[in-house]
Design a protein around this ligand. Structure first.
Ligand code: XUL
Length: 510
């Protein structure tokens, strides 16, 4: 046995994946859902209720409790925890954790959350769904203009960490001053495992509006403007193969070996890129989760002229593109709930009872504020007055896919193969619509949790130096899941135009 553990700390829960390099198999998995397993945190969808819909915070101690429970559940699968040779992980991107003090020496008799809570300088963490920083973003744009995009790969973005930190500095200067360290979710969770501050990898660090992608250092001027003294409060940026530290003694209670190397964690999207084996040109990944994301390795650094897409560090080296659609599975759920549909209807019947192209019926499903295109106020816009349940399901699924196609055109590369991951990739309907809308072959991989799998692969790469491409051949070979039906190509080209017009009409009224 040669076991490596990957942990994904996502918006809605914590998941573990263990791979065995000897057998070439995924040997154990576990998961925790914050809503159902940790109801005491009052965060059924991973964030706390707030009167202002633009504010989305979570209690970072919920993530720590989720980690402990996921490890306990992993142990109860019977996997030999002591045999784990390396660990890495991913976190939901952009969220930040604020610490006043150093990590304490853990004691065995109390949960980690009660030992860590006292070191927070800010009791809750803004997460990627927070959109309350619009004014700060305009200030950053005004101050730095195109420089921000050229150096950090993105314009000022509401959910990105830099604007969130500036808002904290402006609104709570005293708490900011007391803050010794500001972590991303990923670097915080790695720190919890090591019992000391862990660095930030280039993949996740690029989602902060602070990392200079050309020097791979924090951009001093941008960081100082964001908040005085910020560079000293940030962990150092490092490559994805960096070992953050050894596993703290505390984790022996789960049967793990103290001192086991913990490779630096990354963001869930860079982790998924690895976990779906997305290395070749022409192959892109789509992760269908709380948010839907489209990503691909980037051959040459270039940015989105429409300012929706981003450039992040690729854990396999170089860069990757990332386009985030905030209204992912929660929006699909809203339609399912509205018509009281079971999964089977949503996934099969709806497609049989409607036609490709949906007779032109489209929906902009902004149940939450949207990142791509930027829409701050939730609003749902349909270009029809009446629709059957089946048509409405098709309207959301086709529109979401058309949006992904439209907003990925700037990548400038033909997408020949799409690898789908995340909960939504289980849906045959979504897979076929993806194939038809993109005119691309659609493949799935063995697990739906590609971020966790990618983390386990990154752990093996960083600790045992096994090349990622080799690991991908073993653990994430694609399974053909849908082919494009050429008879619908022209129809979807038409729909793409119609979709673009609908989106623009809403943008103009924003
Ligand atoms: C990416 C983004 C989301 C989060 C959620 O920019 O905001 O995909 O990483 O997982």
């Amino acid at each position: 046995m040669e076991l490596y553990l990957g942990i994904d700390a996502s918006t809605q829960g914590v998941k573990c994946v263990v791979i065995d390099l000897r057998s070439g198999k995924i040997t154990a998995e576990s998961s925790v859902n914050f809503g159902t397993d940790l109801p005491q945190y009052n965060s059924p969808n991973g964030f706390l209720p707030h009167p202002d819909a633009l504010v989305r915070h979570a209690d970072p101690m919920m993530w720590v409790d989720g980690l402990e429970l996921a490890l306990e559940r992993l142990r109860s699968t019977g996997v030999d925890m002591a045999e784990i040779k390396g660990i890495s992980g991913t976190g939901q991107q952009h969220g930040s954790v604020y610490l006043a003090d150093e990590f304490p020496v853990y004691t065995d008799d109390t949960p980690l959350s009660s030992q860590l809570k006292p070191i927070l300088s800010r009791p809750t963490s803004p997460i990627w769904m927070d959109r309350s920083t619009n004014a700060v973003c305009r200030e950053l744009d005004e101050r730095f203009g195109d420089l921000l995009i050229e150096r950090t790969g993105s314009p000022a973005v509401e959910r990105f960490t830099g604007p969130q930190i500036r808002k904290f500095f402006l609104t709570e200067p005293e708490a900011y001053r007391r803050t010794r360290r500001i972590h991303l979710v990923s670097s915080f969770m790695a720190s919890v495992l090591c019992g000391k501050d862990a660095p930030i990898d280039y993949g996740d660090g690029a989602g902060m509006n602070l990392l200079d992608l050309h020097t791979l250092q924090w951009h001093e001027e941008i960081a100082e403007f964001t908040a005085p003294g910020l560079p000293e409060k940030l962990p150092s940026p490092v490559s994805g193969t960096h070992i953050a530290g050894g596993l703290a003694e505390y984790f022996a209670k789960f049967g793990m070996t103290p001192g086991t190397p913990v490779a630096v964690w990354s963001g869930d999207n860079p982790g998924s890129l690895v976990g779906i084996g997305c290395f070749a040109p022409g192959v892109a990944g789509i992760s269908l989760g709380t948010s839907d994301t489209l990503f691909a390795p980037m051959q040459k650094f270039h940015t989105d002229p429409e300012h929706c897409g981003h450039v992040f560090g690729n854990p396999a080296g170089g860069f990757m593109s990332l386009i985030c659609f905030s209204n992912g599975s929660l929006a699909r759920e809203k339609i399912r709930e509205k018509h009281h549909l079971d999964w089977e209807f949503f996934d099969e019947t709806s497609l049989k009872e409607s036609v490709p192209g949906n007779n032109g019926k489209l929906m902009l499903p902004y149940f939450e504020a949207e990142s791509t295109p930027p829409v701050l106020e939730p609003k749902v816009v349909c270009n029809y007055e009446t629709a059957t349940a089946a048509e409405e399901v098709r309207a959301i699924l086709e529109s979401q896919m058309l949006s992904m196609r439209l907003h990925s055109l700037w990548l400038g590369e033909e997408i020949r193969t799409l690898r789908l991951t995340g909960g939504g990739s289980r849906s045959a309907a979504i897979r076929q619509i993806a194939a038809d809308v993109f005119g691309a072959e659609v493949e799935t991989i063995q697990v739906t949790n590609s971020a966790g799998l990618g983390s386990a692969m990154r752990a093996a790469n960083a600790v045992a130096d096994v090349p990622l491409e080799e690991l991908a051949k073993t653990f994430c070979a694609g399974t053909p899941a849908a082919s494009p039906r050429r008879e619908y190509t022209a129809l979807y080209e038409e729909q793409l135009k119609r979709y673009r017009e609908l989106e623009q009409s809403v943008q103009n009224t924003n």
